[in-house]
Write a protein that binds this ligand. Structure first.
Ligand SMILES: C[S@@+](CC[C@H](N)C(=O)[O-])C[C@H]1O[C@@H](n2cnc3c(N)ncnc32)[C@H](O)[C@@H]1O
Length: 291
């Protein structure tokens, strides 16, 4: 009895230590989500003890650290593969560009993993998620998938759906549907990533690919329903329909915001780059060369 109680106390103390280790790490690394979300990642990894987590979108490793410390606190032998371009590419924006190139960013990420004591559990792949899919070994089975990259949930589910275990946990960030607008060097930049994430996850739940479990701030937790039976042609059609809806987007906005946006939208010169990249994604996905 005495021994059992002592072990339980030790486990409890261990959990507390790992959580405070996470909170210390969050204060030191460039963490892009809220503390509640990192706590939820920690709790989920601690409770489920996944054998292999795949995270798309490492940034500086805050989410990876939360997942790894959570798994350690639960006594699980969890491996994490995490992938990030660690640089902006013509079709992929990345906030990592602020910290230098991929070499500088990789050094920061590896140092963050080392300081958090999780480096031996994590495989970092520097590159696009599709390049990881081409080099991943046969036995690359995933029972927790975290999608926090550029909003192309459809692409990442098509790449890694065949590797998902039945009822795998699928965690998707940026599902609040908000439109972000900002001025950068005299250019208006409109970010519809949260809109497409909300549309895609909503449709994937409706069509039975994902089952919603819970939401924490802007991050939702789903289960992959019967991934071995997924119809990938249908997945692509759903994605095209969602991207098509961006063309006639309706989003909540105040009247002041609406009238300022309306006057900006008169300026095609200002918005040409935005239309251009939206058209490029649509063409690539629909296989059209022109139109
Ligand atoms: C929002 S951040 C990830 C935040 C991170 N999960 C955290 O907890 O701090 C998104 C990251 O995804 C990366 N990214 C975007 N598209 C990608 C792609 N197709 N393949 C790999 N990484 C990508 C970007 O470079 C960026 O660092």
């Amino acid at each position: 009895m005495q021994t059992t109680k002592g072990t339980a106390d030790l486990d409890q103390a261990g959990k507390t230590d790992h959580r405070s280790q996470l909170h210390t790490a969050l204060a030191e690394v460039d963490a892009l989500m809220s503390k509640e979300v990192y706590d939820a990642l920690f709790d989920t990894a601690a409770a489920l003890g996944p054998r292999h987590v795949l995270e798309i979108g490492t940034a500086h490793g805050a989410g990876t650290i939360a997942l790894a410390l959570g798994a350690i606190s639960g006594g699980h032998d969890t491996r994490i593969t995490t992938v990030d371009t660690l640089q902006a590419l013509p079709d992929i924006p990345s906030s990592r560009a602020r910290f230098g190139g991929p070499v500088e960013n990789e050094a920061i990420v590896r140092e963050n993993f080392r300081r958090a004591g999780i480096a031996d559990r994590v495989t970092l792949h520097v590159g696009r998620s599709d390049s990881l899919a081409t080099v991943a070994p046969e036995e690359f089975a995933v029972d927790m998938l975290v999608l926090d990259a550029d909003g192309r949930i459809d692409r990442d589910l098509a790449l890694f759906g065949p590797r998902l275990a039945a009822e795998a946990m699928v965690i998707v960030d940026d599902i609040d549907g908000k439109v972000a607008a900002a001025m950068h060097g005299g250019q208006l930049s409109i970010d519809l990533k949260h809109v497409i994430c909300a549309k895609l996850t909503g449709r994937l739940v409706e069509e039975g690919y994902l089952r919603f479990e819970r939401r924490v701030v802007d991050t939702s937790f789903f289960r992959a329903q019967d991934p071995t039976g997924w119809d990938y042609d249908r997945l692509q059609e759903i994605a095209l329909e969602c991207y098509r809806e961006l063309v006639f987007l309706e989003a909540p906005a105040s009247s002041v915001m609406t009238s300022s946006l309306a006057s900006l939208f008169q300026s095609t010169a200002l918005l040409r780059p935005f239309y251009g990249s939206a058209r490029a994604v649509y063409r690539r996905m629909s296989g059209r060369r022109s139109g």
